[in-house]
Design a protein around this ligand. Structure first.
Ligand code: MG
Ligand code: MG
Length: 261
């Protein structure tokens, strides 16, 4: 069952996603060598609660924290811990918040201090592939076009696409139909309709695409232990152009990067 959202509901979802965007921006100011992912988790939880939101992941199917923090070869669903982040690490921070009855969901992979050039390139390509996917997220397009755009952009650069973990519909539930794969064939899959809201979240590996789950029952990492990157936006399908409800603006102001298009 796919729930189409009304214009009013999309505006509520913009607020939920704005809170997530601002939380990621707050975290960006703290991500430096020496801080632990558990400290980041506490900052995020306080920030969300201070702004009248509810952490979206905390207790979701038993997940123990506010953030998923996935370091280096970890792909997604990493559990925050007390280990300090080190110079040269990358950390994917995935954040969800519930506000006004609707979820926001967005993720950004951060560099910790100075990071090797090949890893930086992976991060840039993964983020760019997210926008390539978003370009396809318009009324009348098909789900496969999103995955195709992401896969084509990243594989042509020598990276690989995680297949087992996918994006998703989002709304009153954190995960709704449909599943949104980061691979696919042009013209395949369901037709996208104005009012659908989906989270697009490429998980792209420097090495091979294969993943395993750690013994904690949550953390997904690459089998070859090479670095993985993850960026996510929540977007509403519209007639001409997708409406990106989440934002990297607050993160990229802190990082002094040119902000998203
Ligand atoms: Mg997410
Ligand atoms: Mg998601």
């Amino acid at each position: 069952m796919i729930y189409l959202k009304t214009d009013e509901e999309i505006e509520l979802m913009r607020e939920s996603n704005l809170l997530v965007a601002k939380t990621l921006g707050e975290l960006a100011r703290h991500i430096t060598p020496g801080i632990s992912t558990l400290e980041l988790d506490k900052i995020a939880e306080s920030f969300i609660r201070d702004h009248k939101g509810i952490p979206g992941f905390l207790n979701y199917q038993g997940f123990p924290n506010t953030l998923c923090t996935s370091v280096n070869e970890q792909v997604v669903h990493g559990i925050p811990n007390k280990n300090p982040l080190k110079e040269g690490d990358v950390v994917s921070v995935d954040c969800g918040a519930l506000l006004n009855g609707f979820y926001g969901d967005s993720a950004y992979t951060f560099c910790v201090g100075d990071v090797s050039a090949d890893v930086k390139e992976l991060l840039n390509a993964t983020k760019e592939s997210l926008y390539k996917g978003i370009e396809q997220a318009v009324d009348g397009s098909r789900l496969g076009n999103i995955g195709y755009a992401i896969q084509e952009y990243t594989e042509s650069r020598g990276y690989s696409v995680v297949r087992e973990m996918v994006g998703h519909g989002i709304g009153k539930q954190l995960h709704e139909s449909p599943e949104v794969p980061n691979y696919g064939r042009r013209g395949n899959g369901m037709k996208l309709k104005d009012g659908m809201v989906i989270a697009i979240e490429p998980m792209i590996n420097l090495g091979k695409r294969n993943i395993v789950q750690e013994r904690d029952g949550w953390t997904i990492r690459t089998t070859d232990k090479k670095v993985s990157a993850h960026f996510e936006h929540t977007v509403a399908i519209r007639k001409e152009k997708a409406d990106i409800l989440s934002s990297f603006k607050f993160v990229e102001e802190v990082l002094n990067l040119q902000s998203e298009k």
